[in-house]
Design a protein around this ligand. Structure first.
Ligand code: IMP
Ligand code: MG
Length: 186
């Protein structure tokens, strides 16, 4: 298997920058919800690193739940159709809900999840994404809290994968796709 150093183009956001921004987001969220209980919904798997760091910076009482979705299409381009592969454990009716996502790219994932969750009648439903790639947007989606706006490049690390690997890296890097060879699992 290739080492990521072989195709790391550049470190886009380093560990220190990530943690500093997440502390700011946590403070902003804590201020906005101001002591009201907040229900965080993490979209697996990419959002998990962000969720765990973010929730440590939130001072309003919070609970957490998880859901997983998969988009139809190829690994790096979604088609607009999203399928729920793991649903929430708890009801969200009468709760303030904040969706925690790794990245908003085309916008299809967030749009589908928002449409689904709205039908379950939360008191409020907002979106917090670590990364936003606006150049790739195909559908309008609301983003209430945004960590970083990034250029139109494929990124990995800190929850984001390349073919499921490298989610554990503490920074976000860009890939040089010419130097990347997909893992052969056979
Ligand atoms: P969207 O539905 O196109 O907005 O895509 C959102 C999902 O695609 C994210 O939750 C990621 O899992 C994945 N994704 C989009 N861009 C990247 C990237 O640059 N690196 C890794 N995963 C990405
Ligand atoms: Mg992915």
């Amino acid at each position: 298997m290739q080492d990521y150093h072989d195709y790391l183009d550049q470190v886009l956001v380093n560990e220190e920058q990530l943690q500093a921004r997440i502390a700011e987001l946590g403070a902003e969220i804590s201020r906005d919800y101001n002591g009201q209980p907040l229900h965080l919904i993490c979209i697996l798997r990419g959002g998990v690193m962000f969720l765990t760091d973010l929730m440590r910076q939130i001072t309003t009482p919070c609970t957490v739940d998880f859901m997983a979705v998969s988009s139809y299409g190829t690994a790096r381009k979604s088609t607009g159709q999203v399928r729920i592969t793991l649903d929430l454990t708890e009801d969200i009716q009468e709760r303030h809900v904040l969706l925690v996502e790794d990245i908003v790219d085309s916008g299809y994932t967030i749009r589908s999840v928002l449409e689904l969750l709205e039908t379950r009648k939360p008191i409020s439903l907002k979106v917090c994404t670590l990364l936003d790639k606006p150049e790739r947007r195909e559908v309008e989606v609301p983003i209430h809290y945004r960590g970083f706006q990034i250029p139109n490049k494929f990124v990995f690390g800190y929850g984001l994968d390349i073919d499921e690997y490298y989610r554990n890296l503490p920074f976000i890097g860009t890939v040089d796709l010419d130097r990347y060879h997909p893992v052969d699992h056979d």
